[in-house]
Design a protein around this ligand. Structure first.
Ligand SMILES: Nc1ncnc2c1ncn2[C@@H]1O[C@H](COP(=O)(O)OP(=O)(O)O)[C@@H](O)[C@H]1O
Ligand SMILES: [Mg+2]
Length: 301
């Protein structure tokens, strides 16, 4: 068995002329098609295992023989305890980690390495401090060779959607952490990936800011119909966002169920018996006592 190789920023889009051609067309399409569904952005993990070699020589199997299909337009939340393989699962889809066994497909295509078809939002505010807000949001488009007028149109649109038009010309250091997170979210959507991957992106934010960002994320997902894999350790966040929730434990998918709660998921919906039951089940997977659920969920309020 191979041990996992951390991809050294190898990009499938390193052929920039090809990337520019593809993206110039696709980006124009993206704005026109806000609200349309992408043709096939299914993500499929086919018997994927990832084994790491620790520096002391120990082997760690972070995920083992995982089969998973995320359908186009799904907002899949991945939940689980720390160290159970959530980030690894996301990283193999991002192309940052190569599977030791099995393969990962986006649409019909097996992926190797990162690519502009998959946008990633990590925890914290991954913005470029040396670029103004609008330049951050437009950076991916610039790399792809999208011309300025088109770029500005896309950037303006996404800045408005995340409520940051008024700080377009500001530097990231002039913004709050929550605003910088909005910049990161706008940047990844503006780049029009087929699949969006988020690894506990709002974990470091205060409760109110996190709730706002969750709203922004939902709004953009509903407008664009992107396929989203969203890793979180927060049961309430998963209940609020997901069309489906999987629980990862010991490198396996322990539970996989749709979330059929009505939207908007207001207090009433989140207090329904289905929500209560789902919350109870998820908390018990996390090793928390059933019944401690509501108290845990409200600690930040
Ligand atoms: N680059 C790496 N090298 C060695 N072990 C790793 C590496 N990345 C993750 N692991 C191990 O894989 C397991 C799963 O980690 P991870 O996917 O980060 O879990 P989670 O995101 O659920 O907290 C852990 O035991 C972790 O120590
Ligand atoms: Mg993690």
């Amino acid at each position: 068995m191979k041990t996992a190789r951390i991809s050294s920023q190898k990009s499938e889009d390193s052929d920039s002329s090809q990337a520019a051609n593809i993206s110039a067309g696709r980006t124009t399409g993206a704005l026109q098609s806000l609200g349309d569904r992408a043709p096939n952005a299914d993500v499929r993990l086919d018997a994927v295992s990832v084994t790491f070699m620790r520096s002391n020589g120990d082997r760690v199997t972070a995920i083992e023989n995982v089969d998973l299909t995320v359908k186009t337009g799904e907002l899949l939340c991945v939940i689980g305890r720390s160290g159970e393989g959530k980030t690894t699962l996301l990283n193999v889809v991002a192309g940052l980690v190569e599977p030791s066994e099995g393969r990962v497909l986006v649409g019909e295509r097996e992926i190797h390495g990162t690519g502009a078809d998959r946008g990633v939002i990590f925890q914290g505010d991954a913005v470029y401090p040396w670029m103004r807000v609008a330049d951050n949001v437009g950076f991916g488009l610039r790399v792809k060779g999208v011309r300025r007028p088109e770029r500005e149109r896309v950037v303006d649109e996404y800045l408005e959607l995340v409520g940051l038009s008024h700080v377009a010309k500001s530097w990231p250091r002039e913004l709050s952490g929550g605003m910088r997170s909005r910049v990161a979210v706008a940047s990844v959507f503006a780049n029009d990936p087929e699949v969006l991957l988020a690894d506990e992106p709002f974990g470091a934010l205060d409760y109110v800011t996190r709730r706002r960002l969750q709203g922004v994320m939902l709004d953009l997902w509903q407008r664009t119909g992107k396929t989203i894999l969203f890793v979180t350790h927060d049961v309430e966040e998963a209940l609020l966002l997901a069309t489906r929730i999987i629980v990862v434990g010991g490198g396996h998918v322990l539970d996989d169920r749709p979330v059929n709660l009505a939207r908007p998921r207001d207090e009433e919906v989140l207090a329904s018996s289905e929500a209560v039951e789902t919350r109870r089940r998820l908390l018990s997977y996390l090793g928390l006592e059933p019944g401690a659920g509501s108290a845990v969920g409200q600690t930040n309020e």
